[in-house]
Design a protein around this ligand. Sequence first.
Ligand SMILES: Cc1cc2nc3c(=O)[nH]c(=O)nc-3n(C[C@H](O)[C@H](O)[C@H](O)COP(=O)(O)O)c2cc1C
Length: 314
Amino acid sequence: MQQGQNRITQLFNIQYPIVQAGMIWHSGWRLASAVSNCGGLGLIGAGSMYPDVLRENIRKCKQATDKPFGVNVPMLYPNLDEVIQIILEEGVNIVFTSAGNPKTYTETLQKEGVKVAHVVSSTKFAIKCEEAGVDAVVAEGFEAGGHNGRDETTTFCLIPNVKKHISKPLIAAGGIALGSQMKAAMILGADGVQIGSRFAATPEASAHDNWKKKITELQEGDTHLTLKELAPVRMVKNKFFHDLEDIYNTGRNKDLLIASLGRARAKKGMFEGDMEEGELEIGQVSALIDDVLPVEKVFNNLLEEFRNTGNPIL
Ligand SMILES: Cc1cc2nc3c(=O)[nH]c(=O)nc-3n(C[C@H](O)[C@H](O)[C@H](O)COP(=O)(O)O)c2cc1C
């Protein structure tokens, strides 16, 4: 292995083992190409895109970078077969699937030469990924923004356990915005990191400016993992969140919960900028994000902090 290379940089043919998470309403071609141009792996988030919008984003990303990039396919949303077809037609050769069964698309994609990573929130599902033959596993802790598992296992506890049970390249996600956190994740056994929240607060992210500003104001304790019965998701405790809590407190009516949700609420909040009625997905690490910074600056900070972190006490 070349100096400065590891299993993740080799697998995806990138310079640094830093993956920008696929994020609904944030990760279009601008964000993905900016991260890839810095030497990481940018991912276009297909979850909030109609199939033709995804195709357009892939084409624009190819024009904006000659470096590798991928597409994230959360299996919660409709049109999945069409999305996979577009990815293959457009010649994208890296896919991160999430929120579903790793067996569903791994073989189909790999047969066409696509490298597949799958996102999980537990060791049990990481083992299933390995059985499904994925090329890499993303293990995402309880701290993470967006959809998550029910078990509340933190990144600090999850990564060493997944590492003990699988041999595939491992990417840590959840609670990573600083170089020190990246280094900690890699000391725990990860070969690379996937970062969401930190990249959400960049000019290149396609989210609304109200939301980016809000991210920089969030404090410890301002997010909560809710909706465990449906699809657990970490979000800001705004009016929309409290309305959901009221439904819980008056008898947990599942139909009412479903009616309050839908992609429309996430779009209303993060894309259209309604900070009260919209769903605002973000990780606990938002308490450490104080500025909207260009991707290049985020990247340079991460690398510098990574190199300078270390506390030789013992
Ligand atoms: C605004 C937002 C949207 C997200 N959307 C998706 C998504 O579409 N698909 C997915 O697999 N994960 C999604 N996630 C989770 C991220 O991919 C990533 O694993 C997570 O953000 C990592 O934790 P961090 O936020 O602490 O960095 C989202 C996270 C955020 C903050």
